[in-house]
Design a protein around this ligand. Structure first.
Ligand code: F6R
Length: 242
């Protein structure tokens, strides 16, 4: 596990964007695993700037997002589909057919999950997976539980996650209670992983990820076993490490 501590959120975002840019330089048809949430927004802004300056090209890139709320239409401003278009896809030259986000409006959840895993496999697997981390150390929406899930699946969100996400909705009652997420197993299969964290609120989750026992109750702890992972942290989220 490599750990990169940055002085603030801006530096963290720039470093993360530079890593994606290097990946695209080395392999223009890379498969990117992407995350939503507030943490990667700065990285997406940097990537859009780099694209506008002609430094990177997304014409051959494929993307797979980690997760999507269940039964929330894509047109809803809080859907992850909407988020990705607003923050990245609408501003770059990615092809529509190369964008993959789980379909939260599916009426056949099993088929949706199976097809999503198949599509990742057919694309050759994820070259670099971007992750945020929940206060309870969830990755994607793999919440603390009693076993690590392999593939894409439907998950009941924990009360703490619903509360954390309520800041984006008008009221807590509007926050979806379920989501479709790539499994810890699918995340682990990515060739490279880059986990971003910012703010003191994430310090304990980061400490447990780096030094804790590897347990499904701390989903991110499994990343200790990955052989190509970098944590890009701001000072506050790294504050419990030393
Ligand atoms: C989002 C995702 C989640 C977030 C996590 C942190 O696609 O998979 O695991 O990364 O909830 O969210 P923020 O960045 O909003 O603190």
């Amino acid at each position: 596990m490599r750990i990169l501590v940055c002085k603030d959120y801006n530096e963290m975002s720039k470093k993360a964007a530079q890593m994606i840019a290097s990946q695209l330089t080395l392999k223009p048809d890379s498969v990117l695993g992407l995350a939503t949430g507030s943490t990667p927004i700065g990285m997406y802004k940097e990537l859009v700037s780099m694209y506008e300056e002609g430094l990177i090209d997304f014409s051959e890139v494929k993307t797979f997002n980690l997760d999507e709320y269940f039964e929330l239409p894509k047109s809803n401003e809080q859907s992850y589909d909407y988020f990705m278009r607003e923050n990245l896809f609408n501003h770059i030259n990615i092809k529509e057919e190369n964008i993959h986000i789980p379909n939260g409006m599916t009426d056949n959840i099993e088929k949706e999950c199976k097809n999503y895993d198949e599509a990742i496999k057919e694309a050759g697997g994820v070259d670099i997976q971007v992750l945020g981390i929940g206060h309870n150390a969830h990755i994607g929406f793999n919440e603390p539980t009693i076993n690590f899930e392999r593939g894409t699946h439907l998950v009941n969100l924990k009360e703490s996650t619903i509360e954390a996400n309520a800041r984006f909705f008008d009221s807590i009652d509007e926050v979806p209670k379920k989501a479709i997420t790539m499994g810890t197993g699918s995340i682990f299969k990515s060739k490279k992983i880059m986990l971003l964290a910012s703010g003191e609120g994430k310090a304990e989750a980061i400490y447990n990820t780096v030094y804790g026992k590897v347990l499904p109750e701390v989903p991110a702890s499994i990343l200790q076993f990955h052989n190509d992972i970098v944590l890009i942290l701001d000072k506050d989220s790294a504050s419990k490490l030393d």
